[in-house]
Design a protein around this ligand. Structure first.
Ligand SMILES: [Zn+2]
Length: 391
């Protein structure tokens, strides 16, 4: 069956499962095609004795019959080939990057993986930079607010997320609901909870005694007229504790990440110097350009290292690169790696640690030029810049 030759097995094990289904589909076609061939073959066999001894008209009839049968068989064959190739192409294109469970990899493989993923992340970051809106275009994209804000109530049901509710009500920014409802931590959202949903995106601002409308306007970058219109205010006078809706404003990223429970605590409480940032850098020993998988926090040896977030110890070990290291698995697909520790960490695999719990001491073991903590953060198996989640 030639159709088999259209199937080229992919070397990547990740897509073997997908291909096996495509292969199954192809072989199903192959079986069908085989059945078709067998039918044609038996007609040929039947034709032979007839051609040898019997009347020409019977022979012609069978040949005619064969001719008419062969064309649909050929068409069917061709269509199946195209379908098979299509399925393979689709399965190839829809293949997503495999999520790697780093915690269960031997350290040597982890190291190789780190380098590979670092390349990936850096190229993504560089790419994203080019898509930013130019400064001079931003003002023209801002909407104008003239209608007063109105509110509706929504009762949270099981399975709801803040972003889901946001989009359902035609809002665009998740900080709107978090701010208006003064949610400290979205992970603590419970079914049955009542949420206030404003008719437009924006944030809540509770005025203090020394607040002025001009000051609030400047702070959020929203015109005074918009604030007056949306809050249906006639005068520009504010009272202490007055609740204002600031249309189009967003929470600052730190407050938002804190509310989303995505903020890490510093792994060091002592003052440190960042001796190497995440991404491209020159190798500290050879000077050759390479990818740095985390941030290096230079501080004296023996400084305590703390868990940046609560979680479960996933690995405790030693490699020539990382020296004594610890990996912690956190909620929401986060993992952190702490390297070059002074000595083997006093924690064990499977142990639960709280945010801020001591997990080791700063050292210079492994591939290191001096005492520092190498701190790496993974999100869903991919490296991210630790400074993007640290306070
Ligand atoms: Zn480092």
């Amino acid at each position: 069956m030639e159709i088999i030759s259209y199937y080229t097995p992919c070397p990547a094990p990740a897509c073997a499962a997908k291909h096996s289904s495509a292969r199954a589909a192809s072989s199903a076609y192959a079986v069908k095609a085989a059945a078709g061939d067998a039918a044609a073959g038996s007609l040929y066999d039947a034709a032979r004795p007839l051609a040898a001894g019997q009347s020409e008209s019977a022979f012609r009839m069978i040949r005619k019959c064969l001719k008419t049968l062969r064309r649909p068989l050929c068409i069917m064959y061709g269509a199946l080939c195209v379908c098979g190739a299509g399925i393979l192409l689709i399965s190839y294109l829809s293949r997503t990057a495999p999520v790697v469970e780093l915690a269960y990899l031997p350290p040597a493989e982890l190291e190789t993986l780190n380098m590979a993923m670092s390349d990936f992340v850096v190229s993504m970051v560089e790419h994203a930079g080019s898509e930013a809106i130019p400064e001079d275009m931003r003002d023209t994209l801002k909407p104008v607010y003239t209608e007063p804000v109105s509110y509706s109530q929504y009762r949270v049901v099981s399975g709801d997320t803040i972003s889901g509710i946001t989009y359902r009500f035609g809002l665009k920014n998740i900080s709107t609901l978090i701010s208006v409802n003064e949610i400290d931590n979205t992970r603590l959202l419970r079914s049955g909870q009542l949420l206030t949903v404003p008719s437009m995106d924006g944030v809540l601002h509770v005025a203090s005694a020394d607040d002025s409308l001009a000051g609030i306007s400047a702070r959020y970058g929203v015109p005074v007229e918009d604030i007056l219109d949306v809050n249906d205010l006639a005068a520009a006078e504010l009272s202490d504790g007055q609740r204002l809706f600031i249309p189009g404003a967003v929470m600052d990223s730190t407050a938002l990440r804190k509310a989303l429970g995505e903020l890490f605590a510093q792994p060091l409480s002592a003052a440190y110097r960042i001796s190497s940032y995440f991404g491209r850098r020159a190798d500290p020993f050879t000077g050759v350009a390479s990818s740095h998988t985390g941030v290096d926090m230079a501080v004296s040896a023996g400084t305590p290292i703390y868990a940046a977030m609560s979680g479960k110890i996933a690995a405790v070990g030693f490699t020539n690169v990382y020296g004594n290291y610890v990996i912690i698995n956190h909620e929401n697909g986060y993992q952190t790696l702490y390297a070059h520790m002074l000595r083997k960490a006093p924690v064990s695999v499977g142990q639960r640690v709280a945010q801020g719990e001591q997990i080791g001491l700063v050292g210079s073991t492994g591939y290191s030029t001096g005492p520092h903590l190498h701190f790496t953060v993974y999100k869903n198996g991919k490296l991210i810049d630790p400074l993007s989640v640290l306070k």
